[in-house]
Write a protein that binds this ligand. Structure first.
Ligand code: SF4
Length: 290
């Protein structure tokens, strides 16, 4: 298929057809993110997007059961822009059972409850949202563009529209200075957002990003491996979603974990304690990815 620049997708979309309906991220300010810095945000020409769907239909038609709409916050598109895309996906892929996209709290709050319900009816059923932290000080420092309360409100709107949410938190985002507040606040926010899926990634400081400049000047310090695992332990131990599928299978993490929270909380905490005491090997630095 035809893509512009590097394409990012969540690990759980590895077998999905990736449709690039937008280029870049409409926000593009998060201090740790270098994914779309080289792209000026725009919604792709509708004709080209629909052509891509038709091409994918000819090549894979029956085999596509999931579509992920890229790039960084595709929910920002208007309903007029979404409608032909979602209709074409459903007409082209007979086995389609899920369409998903990345979203920000801002994207969700900019849409009315009726608009979100309409998108759900057209088939947009899963949103990946990355508050990264539940600590308002950290959220401000990383320029996430949304507060704890705004993320709770955004999640409530998605749930009201019957969209599933996958919430992503970023170990290390608060640095050494806000490590405890970041871990505790994130646990609290994951409970308050009450997503179907929750995952934790580990911050990698990428050269050239604003957070790398802060690190170079001594104003940001990433916790060490044990500090990061300690944040994960706090998160798992304290968060209280109703019933969330939990994963740390992203390549950035030192310890891949999976389970349901809060059901498997004690088991996962035991594994983390074993890792913290050196009984379980961690993913070597060389095999980690962004
Ligand atoms: S909203 Fe997502 S894609 Fe956009 S800058 Fe922030 S982390 Fe990057």
């Amino acid at each position: 298929m035809r893509y512009e620049g590097r394409i990012y997708r969540p690990p759980s979309e590895a077998n999905s057809y990736i449709l690039q309906a937008t280029i870049g991220c409409s926000w593009n300010h998060c201090t740790y993110c270098d994914m779309y810095r080289d792209k000026q945000f725009r919604v792709r020409d509708a004709g080209a997007t629909l052509e891509d769907i038709a091409l994918a239909g000819s090549a894979y038609g029956e085999r596509v059961d999931k579509v992920f709409v890229a790039d960084g916050d595709a929910l920002v598109m208007t309903l007029d822009q979404w409608e032909p895309i979602l209709r074409a996906c459903h007409e082209t892929f007979p086995r389609l059972r899920r369409v998903s996209a990345y979203a920000t709290a801002r994207n969700l709050l900019e849409k009315s409850p009726a608009e979100l319900k309409q998108l759900r009816e057209w088939g947009l059923s899963l949103l990946y949202i990355g508050p990264e932290s539940g600590d308002d000080v950290t959220l401000k420092r990383i320029a996430k563009g949304g507060t704890f309360d705004e993320h709770v409100e955004a999640a409530a709107r998605a749930r009201e529209a019957d969209m599933k949410l996958s919430a992503i938190f970023l170990l290390g985002a608060g640095g050494v200075e806000r490590s405890a507040e970041h871990a505790e606040g994130s646990a609290k926010l994951a409970g308050a957002m009450d997503p179907r899926f929750v995952s934790c990634l580990t911050l990698t400081v990428v050269p050239g990003t604003p957070i790398a400049k802060l690190e170079d000047s001594g104003r940001f310090e990433l916790p060490d491996i044990y500090g990061l695992l300690g944040e994960l332990r706090t998160f798992v131990d304290q968060t209280r979603p109703t019933d969330a599928i939990f994963r740390t299978n992203h390549a950035s993490n030192y310890l891949p974990l999976a389970g349901r929270l809060p059901r498997d909380r004690e088991k996962i905490v035991d594994v983390l304690d074993a890792a913290l005491s050196g009984e379980i090997p961690l993913r070597p630095e060389w095999s980690r990815g962004l």
